[in-house]
Ligand binder design. Structure first.
Ligand SMILES: C[S@@+](CC[C@H](N)C(=O)[O-])C[C@H]1O[C@@H](n2cnc3c(N)ncnc32)[C@H](O)[C@@H]1O
Length: 286
């Protein structure tokens, strides 16, 4: 269990998407779908912040998350009709969520919480099998090469903010840089709360996020049955400007489209069990 993600009221207080990022996402979606989506999947949906956004556009929405509390809050937030959310793993989202999604959205480097590249390939294969043939997948991730360095320092700082239900809180996340052997980005994070019911006064944790070198990402996209990259945007700027899809692009939102015939079913689960916990927090630089 991830201490911060399991406190979904806190997560929502900090990460409700701004109007600017909503507009930017809508623009990117329209650019590639030429309309707003009919069916949206967020495979690491947390308390459903992005799913709520697409309900405004009258899309049907579905999502899963490992955190029970996040899914409970998503149930409270989303209407029963047109929304389906379940506890589940993004490596293989529950079949009950359905298929034929024309938009899959998975931002803020949530995919970096997976333990290794094969988990990402499994995830992508599973998603590809659920997508409409001309659908798009907006995927936030970090492109870095082995041996790259990033400066240690604060990547997110906000608060105090009011927490729905009472009290207030502040949050600070720092990057400790890329770990030499794994090339994962190490994040250290502290939330401080006051008068928030059933909440500890301090939540402090450290976790690693996967990053992707260009060649490995290409391999993973092919291994998953095939996705082409049809767009790349700078995730550190809420206006989501276009960015070249290349080595060392950093934190980006990729626009993926399935290639070739749609996969009939997701690839089978990898047999190797990861020794790392699958829960990490994104850097949320934007
Ligand atoms: C940065 S949050 C994003 C939440 C949501 N997509 C949003 O934009 O507000 C990352 C989420 O990924 C979830 N998560 C981490 N590993 C997961 C996994 N293997 N399967 C499903 N969800 C996972 C966490 O519980 C957390 O809610």
């Amino acid at each position: 269990m991830h201490a911060f993600y399991s406190r979904s009221e806190l997560y929502s207080a900090f990460f409700e998407p701004s109007q600017e990022i909503r507009d930017s996402i809508d623009r990117v979606v329209r650019q590639h779908l030429r309309r707003m989506p009919r069916r949206v999947l967020d495979p690491a949906c947390g308390p459903g912040l992005w799913l709520s956004h697409f309900l405004i556009h009258e899309s049907e929405v579905a999502g899963c998350d490992l955190e029970e509390r996040a899914i409970a809050l998503a149930h409270e937030r989303l209407p029963k009709r047109g929304a389906r959310v379940l506890v589940g793993d993004m490596r293989r989202p529950p079949d009950e969520l359905g298929a034929d999604f024309d938009l899959v959205i998975n931002l803020d480097n949530s995919i970096g919480h997976l333990a290794e590249a094969m988990d990402v390939a499994e995830h992508l294969a599973s998603i590809r099998a659920r997508m409409a043939p001309k659908g798009v997948y907006l995927l936030g991730l970090a492109l870095r090469e082995q041996g790259d360095a990033i400066d240690a320092g604060v990547v997110y700082e906000r608060g105090p903010v009011d927490v729905p239900g009472g009290g207030f809180a502040a949050l600070r996340s720092e990057t400790l840089g890329l770990m030499p052997r794994t090339n994962c980005e190490r994040i250290r994070q502290i939330a401080i709360t006051a008068n928030v019911p059933d909440m500890p006064a301090v939540i402090a944790e450290q976790y690693d996020l996967l990053t992707f070198d260009f060649a490995t990402l290409r391999d993973i996209l092919a291994l998953s049955g095939g996705f082409e990259v049809i767009g790349c945007h700078d995730a550190t700027d809420e206006s989501l400007p276009e960015k070249a899809f290349r080595k060392r692009a950093g934190d980006v939102v990729l626009v993926l489209r399935p290639t070739g015939a749609p996969a009939r079913r997701a690839r089978s689960a990898t047999t190797r069990k990861s020794t790392r916990k699958p829960m990490r927090k994104s850097t949320r630089r934007n």
